[in-house]
Ligand binder design. Structure first.
Ligand SMILES: Cc1cc2nc3c(=O)[nH]c(=O)nc-3n(C[C@H](O)[C@H](O)[C@H](O)COP(=O)(O)OP(=O)(O)OC[C@H]3O[C@@H](n4cnc5c(N)ncnc54)[C@H](O)[C@@H]3O)c2cc1C
Length: 401
């Protein structure tokens, strides 16, 4: 048996022995795109309804398999790319849920690996891998969204600490997070892109006020975050003072890949067909309405093309390339496609798609409607679709202004 084959069988056995049954997707989860409620987001004060969530996180975290390819000295698994692929395949085959999700693993962790000082890596990465701290992103401000470089939050150096004052908005999950990565102005006289720094802020300190913002979908995933004389140790600035714009862009590359990836899941494709069969009627093989049949076929083909393009870019990432401006293509296409797909699903439901928790209204229908409402935010967060088109025009296609 080759080394990789041996690795595969030991991984499989370990997963079978250690993954609690409730942390595996069921048939019903896969059909309805569910099973996400008991995923671990980590944090100092997690509150998981299912105790297996913590057990699974602890077991995978102890092996470093929450971040399989990160170096062991930073809490990762130290696996080679081939080994990590085997682990991912075995988890997918056994329908095992990820042990940890969130901005630590997908955004700030990768940035620290690339740009952090040795001390920053040793301090933050192991805690991220074990899910002990949860992160949020403090970029947007009331007057600075698309034109992010106009941000007004200010940091002034006072001995060994920066003192921050300002307001952030749309800070997803700030109320559940322990730390925030923040863009702040450190030189007001410099051109706007050059006077910004990227800092790591502990939210558990006086001067931090977080207020959740309720949304149309009923949930309240984001907040207003006020910073009043908030202190940040000098060595918690990432990438150097006044070099924050480069850090912001590098992190947005990871964020946009992540948002594009979110829709790279096969199970949704079936859900649209299943809904059409149930609500529009048709045989096992054909949906009766030919126009709808065409639309579903087109959406399905578009999705296959996106999946293949994402797979190609994943291979490039494995070969060591950092995400570049082409992530804007994935972000734009994936989120716009997802909007078209979720609109089609709500249309298929007809009047049922308009219900809101009324008697007889099933959870699965409600989840389709909620997903449709949420999909609109996906094309705004991480930079709007219009901004992605500007980036693609300028930095991918090289078109003139
Ligand atoms: C679900 C969700 C989660 C979010 N989470 C976070 C978070 O965790 N942290 C955080 O910092 N922010 C977060 N945001 C904020 C998000 O990054 C901003 O909403 C986004 O960058 C747009 O900024 P804005 O809302 O100020 O809109 P504006 O910038 O005011 O844009 C308004 C409209 O004008 C268009 N527009 C603006 N400039 C141009 C241009 N140059 N060319 C063409 N069209 C343009 C935009 O496309 C948009 O349609 C989140 C947003 C959403 C919806």
């Amino acid at each position: 048996m080759s080394d990789l084959e041996e690795f595969r069988s030991s991984v499989r056995q370990w997963l079978l022995d250690n993954c609690p049954q409730s942390m595996r997707y069921t048939d019903a989860d896969l059909a309805a795109g569910g099973g996400q409620d008991d995923l671990a987001w980590g944090g100092r004060h997690p509150n998981y309804a299912n105790p297996d969530t913590q057990t699974w996180l602890d077991r995978m975290g102890a092996k470093g398999w929450t971040a399989p390819t990160w170096p062991e000295e930073y809490g990762g698994g130290g696996l080679s790319k081939q080994e990590a692929k085997i682990l991912a395949r075995e988890m997918a085959e056994l329908r095992i849920k990820p042990p940890l999700v969130g901005f630590g693993l997908s955004m700030i962790g990768p940035l620290l690996l690339e740009q952090g000082t040795e001390e920053q890596k040793r301090r933050f990465l192991p805690e991220i891998c074990r899910g002990e701290i949860r992160w949020c992103q403090g970029y947007s401000e009331p007057g600075s969204g698309s034109d992010l470089a106009s941000l007004q939050t200010k940091a002034v150096l006072d001995g060994d600490e920066w003192i921050l004052n300002g307001q952030k908005v749309w800070t997803s999950y700030a109320d559940k997070s322990d730390w925030m990565f923040v863009l702040t102005r450190t030189d007001s006289d410099a051109p706007k892109h050059e006077g910004i720094s990227f800092m790591l802020v502990d939210l558990d300190q006086p001067g931090v006020t977080i207020r959740p913002i309720p949304l149309i979908s009923g949930a309240s995933p984001f907040c207003e975050t006020f910073l009043e004389n908030v202190r940040v140790a000098k060595d918690q600035c990432v990438g150097g003072v006044n070099n924050g714009w480069a850090m912001a862009k590098a992190l947005l590359g990871h964020e946009r890949s992540m948002i594009g990836e979110v829709f790279n899941e096969k199970r949704d494709r079936n859900q649209m067909v299943e809904l059409a069969r149930e609500y529009i009627a048709g045989s096992e093989a054909r949906i009766s309405d030919p126009v709808l049949r065409d639309r579903i076929a087109q959406l399905t083909m578009d999705k296959v093309c996106l999946d293949l393009t994402l797979a190609r870019s994943k291979e490039a990432a494995k070969a060591g390339q950092s995400p570049g401006p082409e992530t804007s293509i994935f972000k734009y296409y994936a989120t716009e496609l997802n909007k078209r797909r979720s609109e089609t699903m709500v249309e298929i439901l007809g009047p049922e798609g308009l219900g809101w928790g009324s008697p007889g209204f099933e959870d699965s229908e409600l989840s389709v409607t909620k997903a449709w409402l949420r999909a609109r935010g996906n094309s705004i967060e991480g930079g709007t679709s219009e901004i992605q088109l500007n980036i693609i025009a300028k930095r991918v296609l090289g078109l003139p202004d």
